[in-house]
Design a protein around this ligand. Structure first.
Ligand code: SME
Length: 152
């Protein structure tokens, strides 16, 4: 059940009527939660101090905060500045289990001028929910968010 990510990218772009990061990140995670099937959590962690991720706007259950760069899937995305696509989070030794229902995870780093601004984190209760098409599609949605938003 792969959504039409090209359509979602156009719809997300049309949703933005501000360049404010708080407004746009809240809209982005609400939009993704509504449009992408089989998610139990979608949200942002922001780098507001060095080497630490702080919980930002999200949809889903209350989540872990803060997350150091040294820990978990979000920390790995922040550290490596590479998207992390995990089929089974239980197999990741230092995975941070905020919600035991989560089985697979996709975390996309968000860079601004060579600095990590934050990450977008998606969790699913289904094993291997995210394939390479989902990864590319969600990375495109992050690119739309970045192009429409003043990040600093
Ligand atoms: N599981 C993540 C922590 C964040 S929550 O899933 C919302 C991790 O290991 O980084």
């Amino acid at each position: 059940m792969t959504p039409d990510y090209a359509l979602l990218a156009r719809q997300l772009e049309a949703l933005f009527d501000s360049r404010d990061w708080l407004t746009n990140s809240a809209q982005t995670c609400a939009f993704i939660m509504q449009e992408v099937p089989e998610l139990n959590w979608a949200g942002f962690y922001l780098q507001r101090e060095p080497e630490l991720l702080s919980l930002g706007p999200f949809q889903g259950k209350p989540a872990c905060n803060p997350i150091p760069f040294t820990k978990g899937v979000c920390g790995a995305a922040a550290r490596t500045q590479q998207t992390q696509r995990i089929d089974d989070v239980h197999a990741v030794a230092d995975h941070i289990a905020c919600d035991v229902a989560s089985r697979s995870e996709l975390v996309v780093p968000i860079m601004t001028r060579d600095r990590l601004w934050g990450v977008l984190d998606l969790d699913s209760p289904r094993h291997a929910r995210f394939d390479t098409t989902d990864q590319a599609g969600i990375e495109d949605l992050v690119a739309v968010f970045m192009a429409s938003t003043d990040l600093d």
